[in-house]
Design a protein around this ligand. Structure first.
Ligand SMILES: *[C@@H]1O[C@H](CO)[C@@H](O)[C@H](O)[C@H]1NC(C)=O
Ligand SMILES: *[C@@H]1O[C@H](CO)[C@@H](O)[C@H](O)[C@H]1NC(C)=O
Ligand SMILES: *[C@@H]1O[C@H](CO)[C@@H](O)[C@H](O)[C@H]1NC(C)=O
Ligand SMILES: *[C@@H]1O[C@H](CO)[C@@H](O)[C@H](O)[C@H]1NC(C)=O
Ligand SMILES: *[C@@H]1O[C@H](CO)[C@@H](O)[C@H](O)[C@H]1NC(C)=O
Ligand SMILES: *[C@@H]1O[C@H](CO)[C@@H](O)[C@H](O)[C@H]1NC(C)=O
Length: 536
């Protein structure tokens, strides 16, 4: 074959194999919203609260041009999108400069090797309390089998606790070093009680992608006279088991199938807070098409027992080992339970005061936001912004102190992280850039003997995990994604006041196979201002 033709064919193959591009243009503005009946200042995307759903397919390139029409810097985090080899676009302050007021910035994401249900939200300045969040769907590619028939429709259900107060007021309370009061209510897709309905046709089955986008409480969801069959948790297809109610902790998402198999009328969907003395409750409707009959009967009750019920439910949610993930052969060449971990990191939360102000910490370090994103400081080799190893590998009983905590780890190692909770609230932790295996959770103090009860067979891989009061949760992580990744509490006031850190997954290699260079359009701020993103 003539060389020219061969080159042409190779180029053609490269283009044909390239994944589709999807473009979004978003205008982020303030707007008055009334989710709990009183006016407050919300953050809208293209006039919507919640924001639009990102609809994508595995490997899609998703370009989102965000215009910041607020009067404050703004940054969006893509919760659960792994941004492989590209932590520059993760959208938290440790990786990405905010969009200045009046400017726009295009996030270039790739849904590389992912499926599942996730969400985005504004990560700075307590903006999350005002909205700016929305669902993210990553569907399987057309030829990859999905372990259930295509649903009649696919609804995003964003649930979360909510304050009637503007985010600026809440932020000022935190900045003064005070705790926030208890939230005022619960929203379902941005509406208060009876504000939302989902229409179904009798006999059909629907997928609901439920995410807890709230600020501080675990929530329980249930649908009157209907079962919810869990099919997917943050990108893992699960053993399909039906539940009459489900606990969804902060920052977590799961997909359930609901079959409209009852008499045509409306049914209550109830969401209530868990593990709280005051129980917040909200309702929405599952409305059968062609029926105007209102719901009847009492609201379905939630679980009355506390931790044990929830712990048992969590343990019952397992991976369907024969179902595909993003690829037809999900387990690939290795299974997580067969690999020895090379390091154990134990992380414990704490709450206390520093300089008479409320702070929260992990292993005694309360994270201080630096003046330059850590990823940019690392990339441009700017000294003095952070130092690797500024947080110990295990709790050591010291009092809380302030630092910009960065945990150093090595690329391609396989590690164990144990979250230890000595407090009496439920914690929820998220690790950006990764999906990890939840190998175990139980009450009491973790010891090396706790490993005997790990699930090394069919644990779910996900990106956000709860830790029950006075309990521990253990995860395994394959550190296969180079970058600077946020590990944080999803309890948003705690994250804001220091319960977070960054995991630097490091390699000396500068190969593009391991990490992409900084995006050409990256905004530069702090000490990185004025640097050039590309030397060429
Ligand atoms: C964003 O919305 C505001 C308010 O409606 C409007 O004034 C502004 O022109 C819009 N910006 C863009 C880029 O669409
Ligand atoms: C904040 O909320 C109050 C109502 O509690 C409202 O009167 C005020 O205008 C809001 N502030 C802003 C900046 O919108
Ligand atoms: C801002 O929007 C314009 C117009 O769509 C686009 O050409 C430009 O690349 C955007 N800027 C950034 C930094 O993404
Ligand atoms: C697991 O996945 C397989 C393959 O798609 C499917 O046939 C089976 O029903 C699933 N099993 C359960 C319990 O979900
Ligand atoms: C919600 O709707 C039901 C049925 O229409 C009604 O009985 C109930 O009082 C409503 N609740 C609220 C808080 O409006
Ligand atoms: C893991 O460690 C055990 C005990 O040290 C050893 O027998 C086994 O070969 C190791 N497995 C792998 C995959 O390295």
């Amino acid at each position: 074959m003539p060389l020219k033709l061969a080159v042409l064919l190779i180029c053609f193959a490269a283009v044909a194999a390239e994944s589709p591009y999807r473009y979004y243009t978003w205008n982020v503005t303030y707007g008055t919203i009334y989710p709990l009946g009183v006016p407050q200042q919300g953050i809208l995307i293209n006039g919507q609260f919640p924001g639009p759903v990102i609809d994508s397919v595995t490997n899609d390139n998703v370009f989102i041009n965000v215009y910041n029409s607020l009067n404050e810097p703004f940054l969006i985090h893509w919760n659960g999108v792994q941004n492989r080899r590209n932590s520059f676009v993760d959208g938290v302050f440790g990786t990405t400069c905010p969009i200045p007021p009046g400017q726009n910035f295009t996030y270039m994401l790739q849904m590389k090797d992912q499926i599942g249900s996730f969400f985005y939200f504004p990560s700075l300045a307590f903006h999350k309390a005002a909205g700016g969040f929305g669902g993210i769907k990553i569907l399987s590619r057309p030829l990859i089998p999905v372990p259930f028939p295509p649903p009649a429709d696919d609804y995003t259900v964003l649930i979360g606790d909510w304050y009637k107060t503007n985010h600026t007021v809440l932020r000022a309370i935190l900045n003064r070093g005070k705790k926030l009061p208890f939230p005022h209510g619960i929203l379902i897709n941005g509406r208060g009680p009876n504000g939302t309905s989902f229409t179904v046709e009798q006999g059909k089955t629907y997928r609901l992608r439920i995410c807890n986008v709230g600020l501080q409480n675990s929530l329980n969801i249930r649908i009157q006279d209907h079962k919810m069959k869990v099919v997917e948790v943050e990108g893992t297809h699960t053993m399909q088991i039906s539940y009459s109610s489900l606990d969804i902790h902060l920052g977590q998402c799961m997909s359930v199938l609901v079959t409209a198999d009852q008499q045509p009328k409306s049914y209550y969907i109830v969401v209530s807070s868990r593990f709280t003395t005051n129980i917040l409750t909200s309702t929405a409707f599952l409305r059968y098409a062609n029926s105007n009959s209102p719901p009847s009967g009492p609201l379905p009750g939630g679980p009355t027992t506390q931790v044990d019920w929830s712990l048992n439910q969590a343990r019952s949610i397992r991976t369907n080992l024969t179902a595909s993930g993003p690829r037809p052969n999900p387990q690939g060449s290795y299974h997580y339970g067969m690999i020895n971990t090379s390091r154990t990191i134990r992380l414990a939360s704490s709450a206390g005061q520093v300089n008479n102000k409320q702070r929260y910490a992990i292993n005694s370090v309360s994270f201080v936001v630096p003046d330059t994103p850590l990823k940019l400081a690392d990339y441009f080799k700017i000294d003095g912004v952070f130092h690797v190893g500024s947080i110990p590998d295990a709790p050591n009983g010291r009092g809380i102190y302030l630092d910009t905590s960065v945990l150093g780890t090595d690329y391609r190692t396989f590690i164990e992280i144990v979250f230890e909770n000595y407090e009496n609230i439920v914690q929820s932790y998220h690790l950006s850039g990764y999906s990890f295996w939840v190998v175990g959770m139980d009450g009491g103090q973790w010891t090396s003997a706790s490993r005997n009860q790990y699930n090394l067979r069919d644990a779910v891989a996900r990106c956000t995990v709860q830790v029950y009061p006075k309990s521990w949760t253990a995860i395994y992580v394959a550190l296969d994604n180079v970058g600077m990744w946020n590990l944080r509490s999803e309890f948003w006031a705690r994250q804001y006041l220091g319960q977070q850190l960054y995991v630097r997954v490091y390699t000396a290699s500068t190969s593009l196979r391991d990490e992409y260079p900084i995006p050409k359009n990256a905004l530069l701020c702090g000490w990185a201002k004025g640097r050039h993103t590309r030397p060429f």
